[in-house]
Design a protein around this ligand. Sequence first.
Ligand code: NAD
Ligand code: ZN
Length: 250
Amino acid sequence: MSNHALENAAKALAKAQCAIAFTGAGISVESGIPPFRGPGGVWSRYDPDKFEKSYFKRHPQEVWPLLKEIFFDMLGKAKPNAAHYALAKLEAEGKLAAVVTQNIDGLHQAAGSRTVYEYHGSTRRMQCLDCREFFDTPSISLDRLPPPCPKCGGLLKPDFVFFSEAIPLDVHMEATALAKQSDLCLIVGTGGQVMPAGRIPYIVKNAGGTIIEINLYESDYSYRTSDYYLEGKAGTLLPMLIEKLSEFQS
Ligand code: NAD
Ligand code: ZN
């Protein structure tokens, strides 16, 4: 990646009036969370069919230990990295309106980001499938699996989107409305293949906005959608972009 590309991207960000970030699994890789797909990914080791909502409801005894292993033991210990902190800093400085994330790990909030749209839900909450009540994950003991609902004893499900489950409508509507008003989208660490979340950058682009992309490898966005494609690690490039941005701010 040339210094020129970084400089032009920083200039575009300095000019933006309403910028949003759109993030995926890649931003959390440097926090030690593997991507789900591809070699070494979660779905090469676990059977994704077990994380279908109807299968889970029929076999909670079988699925809950897997959920605990992947989503609470592994994701739960992860800490934000330099890329998460960089986005939180951008927001605090008034240069970023929101983060729209496909991740369920809660690391944007842990880094200090305040306006976060979690397109696929979060491991930080659970919902009872019987009484519908929500609970913060740390308040639920996972010593006994499946953990019973504290209110009614019913079946708790982590509040992230399972396969064949609809995405949260309120988040979808709000993130779409925000994307329509945005004049810049900073894409970080996503292949862009999961829909409808993956449409967010296209909404910004179609409304005349600018797209900056940070990824280790070219993605579905890189050729036709991204105005500035910065190739490399999010934890290195995002702090560099912010550093450059300070040179162009009045
Ligand atoms: P993906 O796994 O399809 O793609 C990850 C992308 O990140 C790739 O394009 C890869 O080139 C890039 N990447 C990897 N390491 C990077 C780094 N250090 N810096 C910059 N880019 C890097 O991810 P996706 O597009 O987000 O789709 C996966 C789906 O699975 C999402 O819907 C998400 O909800 C879920 N998921 C969530 C988590 C999490 O919460 N941390 C982890 C894995 C998957
Ligand atoms: Zn309940």
